[in-house]
Design a protein around this ligand. Sequence first.
Ligand code: HEM
Length: 150
Amino acid sequence: MFWAGALILMTVMVGLAANGVRQIRRGQVTAHRRSMSRASNLVVLFLLSYLVKRVWIGAEDLDPWSQTALANLWIHETMVAGMLISGGSALYRGRQLARTRRATGSADDPPAEPAAIRKHRLAGWIGVVASALGLLTACGVLAQIFSLFG
Ligand code: HEM
């Protein structure tokens, strides 16, 4: 049950991130920020629920898992780690961008450094792609877990 809920949460999170990219491409900075912040909040919610699950229920028994299922799990965990690190960096840099003319459109605010924009976009894209690949491999993880209960 826990992992089915986690997959639903991750699907909503990836949907918000994809919407956030669509919004910034339409010049909708506030909507982009809102979507990406909501996606980040869902990631934090997942991490907290995972900690509770680990303390309360413990870790999954990986002994019956096939080599292929274990390889998929490790790829999944690597994508999730990439999403956390790069997405976190994009959020931090996005909050800095939020104070610049690039986000506010106001001449009263300082212009954004081109390097700051480049780094935000790069971290953002790595975060978004890693989250999508994390979702894809999560489907394989859930299929493996269900197959053990089948
Ligand atoms: C405080 C939150 C955020 C703000 C204010 C913000 C703001 C912006 C702005 C102004 C741009 C356009 C940069 C340009 O090309 O001139 C941008 C692009 C982008 N942002 Fe954010 N961002 C935020 C959070 C995030 C997060 C958390 C992610 C992903 C994890 C993200 C992913 C992206 C991506 C992928 C692009 C490039 C889109 C493209 O290729 O056109 N942003 N963001």
